[in-house]
Design a protein around this ligand. Structure first.
Ligand SMILES: Cc1cc2nc3c(=O)[nH]c(=O)nc-3n(C[C@H](O)[C@H](O)[C@H](O)COP(=O)(O)OP(=O)(O)OC[C@H]3O[C@@H](n4cnc5c(N)ncnc54)[C@H](O)[C@@H]3O)c2cc1C
Ligand code: SF4
Length: 532
């Protein structure tokens, strides 16, 4: 049996990294078990010519396509939105776009403000110092003064807007709608020994330059220097409990396929909004027949995925093309509830640059804009480097019927049940998607675009995994308390997007990491009565 550790963190993504880094100063013995490996940037697709092909195979964002040994299958047949992730040290940040908005203050109070879902037990103010700290560690670029947010410090200058950004900025000014250069986890200057962005290529297949703020580069090296151990190739199958109902540690499969027990005083789960409920449900025992930390019955319920709509068109001017960070601006114009729109809550827009040649061709073909035949080459030239668009990120309200459960048949390479997703887009979210397409079309028209087309929901964009073990003060209505500790198991914490009460209408990683740092802070300040 392995030696007991003080803190066992399961999952080495951005949430696991942030909590490990913060707790390292306590000098407790900390171990992170991660099923994947350290990313090897020499092998990232952006180092070769075939990067778009590899985005459809070994570097797909979809684990069911990628099928690496670190991946586990996800049965998402019963969902119009397919799940995207990355399993390895750094987690999803290895493939993410680095768009780095915070939730807005209203997101924490949706029941009080709009009479929907539940209020969070914490506020924007509670998380503010942790957002700021996380920005400094990740190296966030952006422009101070966005009127949509409370004032905040910016660390690095914003990613250049480029021709695409300027075009959309002018279009938004014509309409009188809010826009601002995005906060991005992309270094615009050398920072803490890391090199700046050189517009290498598509950030969504790994940044070989190391300019993207990923958890394996921004957090883990310092945590490891502070003596945190990261044990890779180790897939946790279940968390075990003692007679008194406290967690005793976890079983995992090592690289050789041996099942090993790792004892621990405290267990932190950081496997994301799907991996975490999967693990808790698979940890069912005689004492906890419905899974661990599940007396509320809410583990795996209220899955929120942020349905996306995409609206794009073609312009005469040659734009920036596909090489460079994909996102340059955001808009919060339709973020807050306006009952006249026919739905509660709202969405943000993310404006995006062009796509690579293969993606341009595939999307153009399916939209009927680049047909085969005589005009094929001309149609391609009109689209490639001259297409631009925006996506809407719609707030998905929690629904008990949107779930992660254990698949009765499908298993991963170690025989652990795969997660099964059951997910429907609600009427409220559908109206939001439709609204965002209509307004997005107006924006493209104001930008002078033609051949405007849209897709909704984006079918392969299930990359924000939220809400499946939510936080709250009432043990009957939540899984963890207001500082991330399980109501049922007093030495079990959750530090990832599962704890979100509502999803907001923006990308979640800055909030996930802020929560993770906040949970670490709570553990440190409450250490004397942590289990009371
Ligand atoms: C293509 C793509 C683009 C994205 N773009 C953005 C963006 O622009 N902005 C943004 O904010 N977010 C974006 N995201 C989402 C972002 O990546 C996630 O919000 C973030 O990574 C979640 O962090 P996490 O630590 O909670 O989970 P993850 O990053 O998923 O990390 C969880 C880790 O746990 C490990 N793990 C899971 N189960 C086990 C187990 N049983 N045993 C051992 N290890 C386990 C996994 O291998 C993984 O490394 C994007 C995601 C993708 C895939
Ligand atoms: S565009 Fe910049 S951040 Fe993105 S992969 Fe290239 S160098 Fe890295």
């Amino acid at each position: 049996m392995n030696e007991v550790v003080d803190i066992l963190i399961i999952g080495g993504g951005p949430s696991g990294a942030a909590i490990a880094w913060s707790l390292a100063e306590t000098k407790m013995r900390i171990l992170c078990l991660e099923q994947g490996e350290w990313p090897n940037s020499d092998q990232f697709p952006s180092t070769g010519m075939d990067w778009e092909g590899r985005q459809q195979s070994d570097f797909s964002i979809n684990p069911n396509v990628r099928k690496n040994s670190a991946d586990y299958p996800i049965n998402d047949d019963d969902s119009p939105i397919k799940i995207a992730n990355f399993n390895g040290v750094g987690g999803g940040t290895v493939l993410y776009a680095g768009h780095f908005p915070r939730l807005l203050p209203s997101d924490f109070r949706v029941r009080s403000l709009d009479g929907v879902a539940e209020d969070w037990p914490i506020t924007y103010k509670s998380l503010e110092p942790f957002y700021a700290h996380n920005d400094r560690i990740m190296g966030i670029s952006g422009l101070a003064g966005d009127p949509a947010y409370p004032a905040k410090d910016q660390i690095l200058p914003p990613v250049p807007m480029g021709k695409t950004g300027r075009m959309f900025g002018k279009a938004m000014n014509k309409l009188g709608w809010h826009w601002w250069p995005s906060d991005a986890a992309i270094l615009t200057e050398e920072y803490e020994g890391r090199a700046p962005c050189i517009n290498l290529g598509q950030c969504l297949s790994g940044c070989a330059q190391g300019a993207k703020g990923t958890a394996d580069l921004a957090y883990w090296p310092e945590a490891v220097r502070a003596r945190v151990e990261v044990r890779t190739g180790c897939r946790v199958s279940r968390i075990d409990t003692r007679e008194d109902g406290m967690a005793s540690g976890a079983y995992y499969f090592d690289k050789d396929g041996n099942e090993v027990f790792q004892p621990a005083e405290i267990v932190v789960v950081a496997c994301n909004g799907i991996g975490t409920p999967r693990l808790l449900l698979n940890s069912a025992s005689e004492k906890f027949p419905n899974g661990l930390a599940n007396s509320s019955g809410l583990v795996g319920k209220n899955l929120m995925l942020h349905p996306y709509a995409k609206i794009w068109g073609q312009v005469d001017e040659e734009l920036d093309g596909h090489k460079g960070p994909p996102v340059c601006l955001w808009s919060m114009q339709f973020y807050e509830t306006d009952k006249n729109r026919g739905f509660d809550r709202g969405y943000s827009y993310q404006f995006v640059r062009g796509q690579g040649p293969a993606r341009t061709a595939i999307d153009g073909l399916s939209a009927g804009q680049i047909p085969w035949g005589q005009d094929h080459h001309q149609a391609f030239r009109n689209a490639f480097g001259r297409s631009a668009g925006l996506v809407s990120i719609c707030e998905d309200l929690p629904e008990l019927t949107n779930t992660v459960t254990l698949d009765p048949e499908m298993t991963d390479g170690n025989g652990i049940p795969a997660p099964k997703i059951t997910y429907r887009i609600s009427e409220n979210t559908q109206q939001m998607l439709d609204h965002s397409i209509a307004r997005g079309t107006e924006i493209l028209e104001a930008a002078g675009a033609r051949n405007i087309t849209s897709q909704s929901p984006l079918p392969y964009a299930g990359w924000h995994l939220l809400g499946t073990a939510r936080m709250g003060t009432d043990p009957q209505k939540s899984v963890v308390n207001e500082w991330g500790r399980s109501h049922d198991i007093k030495n079990l914490f959750i530090a990832d997007g599962s704890v979100f009460v509502t999803s907001g209408g923006v990308n979640p990683t800055s909030t996930i990491q802020a929560i993770s740092l906040y949970v670490a802070d709570q553990i440190k300040t409450r250490i004397y009565d942590l289990f009371d």
